[in-house]
Design a protein around this ligand. Sequence first.
Ligand SMILES: C[S@@+](CC[C@H](N)C(=O)[O-])C[C@H]1O[C@@H](n2cnc3c(N)ncnc32)[C@H](O)[C@@H]1O
Length: 281
Amino acid sequence: MQTLLEVLQKTEAYFAKAGLERPKADAQWLFAHVLGCRRLDLFLQYDRPMTDEHLERLRPLVRRRAQDREPMQYVVGSTEFYGLTLKVDRRALIPRPETEELVDLLVQRYGDAPPERVVDLGTGTGAIALALAQAWPNAQVLAIDSSRDALALAKENATALGLERVGFRHGSWLEPLRGPVDLIVSNPPYLTAEEMQTAEAEVAQHEPHSALASGADGLDDLRVIIAGVPQWLKPGGLLVLETGIAQHETLRELVEAAGLQGFESVPDLSGRDRFVLARQA
Ligand SMILES: C[S@@+](CC[C@H](N)C(=O)[O-])C[C@H]1O[C@@H](n2cnc3c(N)ncnc32)[C@H](O)[C@@H]1O
C-alpha cells in the first residue's frame, strides 16, 4: 500500500506537469479535503497508508483540477471568506480576497455604530451579506441576485452558518427593494469584453459569465446601480462598490451625475483602485 507522502508527491508531480501554478499547495489542499484534516496535519501523517477508498475519492478530484482546470474551491466545494466557511460551486462566483477587504473596510468604517438596514446587490454565494450579518448582529441584511441558482446557494450558506435572519430576494439590482436603506453594497460584474476574452481558463470556463462580464467597457451594471441608488438610500446613507481597476474616473462622473456626494476611491492592498464610496446628501 502506498503512503500518503508517496501519493502526495505523485499528485504534485502530475499537477506540475499539467501546468498548474501551485502544484504543491493544490495537492496538499486536495489531500486534506479527502482525509478530512487540516493541511498542517498532513505533515504528521506522511507514513499513513492510503486506502483504496481514499484513492478512489482522490482520482476524480485530481482529474477535475488537472484536466478540466476547475478552480480548487469548486473541486473541494468550499472556501474561507472573512472567517466564514462558505459552500461554493458553479452556481456562483468564488468570493475573492479583495472582497474580504471590502467587508473589512465597512466593518472598520462603521466601528461601533453599524448601519441598521443593509442591502447586498448581486450576492452570489452570499459572501458579503453573510459576513456583514455576522459582524453586525443587529443589522437587517437583505441579499439580492438575479440568478436563482446563486440565491439557492446563498440560502444554503445562510442556513449552514445559522444566519437565517438574512433576507433573500430574486430580481435585478435595486428592483426588489421596498424601503430605504442605510447601506448599499455591491460587487457587481465589471469585466470588460476584452478582459473576458483574455481571462484565465479557470475563470472563463467555470465561473458564471453573468457574474463577471458587464458589456464592452465593464460598466453596464455599475451604471444601472449608481443611477438607481439615490432613490433608495436614506439621507447620509452610504454606497460602497467593488469595481474594476481602471474605472474610477468614469465612476466619479456617474456618481456625481446621480447626485451622490463625497466620492472616494479606495485602493486594495496591492495599491490598485478597487473600491468606490459615496454618500446620499
Ligand atoms: C462579481 S459577482 C459577486 C458575487 C458576490 N457578491 C461576491 O462578492 O463574491 C456578481 C453577482 O451579481 C449577480 N448579478 C448579475 N446581474 C445582476 C442583476 N441584474 N441583478 C442582480 N444581480 C445580478 C450575479 O449573478 C453574481 O452573483
